[in-house]
Design a protein around this ligand. Structure first.
Ligand code: MF3
Ligand code: CO
Ligand code: CO
Length: 290
């Protein structure tokens, strides 16, 4: 690409006024292949317009998660929650990205207690006092995606369940705090995982976070355990999710053979998850959807 060409990021600016310095900075880096260090591909870098689009999707996504705060109460079935999210998003001109994604039948994932993720909402699944519930949703708006999930505690929950929920959120936040431009993704993974282990929990490794924004899922895969200084270089303009799934017992999980979606802990113990979409900035990471 020549210095006077239009930048590859789609900003409409000349390369020399846009990502030329950025590319040169990356060219100077000696990537240690043994540590899995690698360069972020151009297609996952967002320009200002993309970031504005992702932010707009996030505003709607976060508001729908707020709505769940009011609705997730003892006695409500999870299909009712799913339907409310569908109505909320579509009334605003947005689309629930989960719906029909690889054949997924609903608009959100609702995962209770020993369900790790991808729980399918159903009229037959009724929230009860003491449940810990993850509601995970992704909003597509004007072609851009924002992905987040929260834990909802139904009525009074046990001390051990509440501790798992709190520590899991701390794992996510530690990961986000470790996300810095010109550092590596492994820093994020290590911060998440170390906090979980320090609290006597295990980390699910079969699933992880992901790049998000112009697509629902893109590079990089975001592990929630790892070594600092490994993996993909983080650079300004990247948007990705941090979404640790933390288990009380073993880290082993299985997928329901009948519905092909619901992921549960093998030992039947509790699992919790929180998910934010973050933007790598010039100075750190900014939470975009939560
Ligand atoms: N929102 C989930 C994630 O964090 C993906 C759900 S895909 C679905 O990546 F098909 F199960 F909805
Ligand atoms: Co999600
Ligand atoms: Co996600």
């Amino acid at each position: 690409m020549n210095r006077n060409d239009l930048c590859w990021c789609g900003s409409g600016k000349k390369y020399k006024k846009c990502h030329m310095d950025y590319d040169e900075r990356i060219d100077e880096i000696k990537f240690n292949v043994l540590k899995g260090q690698c360069r972020p591909p151009h297609h996952i870098i967002n320009n200002e317009q993309d970031i504005a689009g992702i932010r707009a999707a996030a505003v709607i996504n976060d508001a729908a998660l707020d709505l769940m705060e009011e609705m997730a109460k003892p006695g409500v079935d999870t299909a009712t929650l799913d339907h409310a999210v569908y109505e909320f998003l579509t009334e605003r001109g947005a689309v629930p990205a989960d719906l029909n994604f690889e054949g997924y039948p609903k608009s959100v994932c609702i995962s209770i207690n020993n369900v790790v993720c991808h729980g399918i909402p159903s009229k037959k699944t009724i929230l009860k006092e003491g449940d810990i519930v993850n509601i995970d949703m992704t909003t597509k708006y004007n072609g851009y995606f924002a992905d987040a999930s929260r834990m909802y505690m139904i009525g009074e929950v046990s001390e051990e369940a509440a501790r798992l929920v709190r520590v899991t959120r701390e794992c996510m936040m530690k990961g986000i705090e470790a996300a810095k431009p010109w550092h590596f993704l492994g820093d994020v993974s290590a911060a998440c995982g170390n906090h979980a282990h320090a609290n006597g929990y295990t980390v699910v490794t079969d699933l992880g976070g992901h790049g998000v924004g112009k697509k629902f899922h893109c590079e990089p895969f975001v592990p929630h355990v790892g070594e600092p200084g490994t993996g993909m270089l983080l650079v300004p303009g990247m948007t990705l999710t941090v979404e640790p799934m933390i288990n009380q017992g073993s880290s082993k999980v299985y997928t329901d053979s009948k519905d092909k979606w619901t992921v549960r802990t093998r030992d039947g113990k509790l699992s919790a998850q929180w998910e934010n979409t973050i933007l790598i900035t010039e100075t750190g990471a900014e939470v975009i959807s939560s």
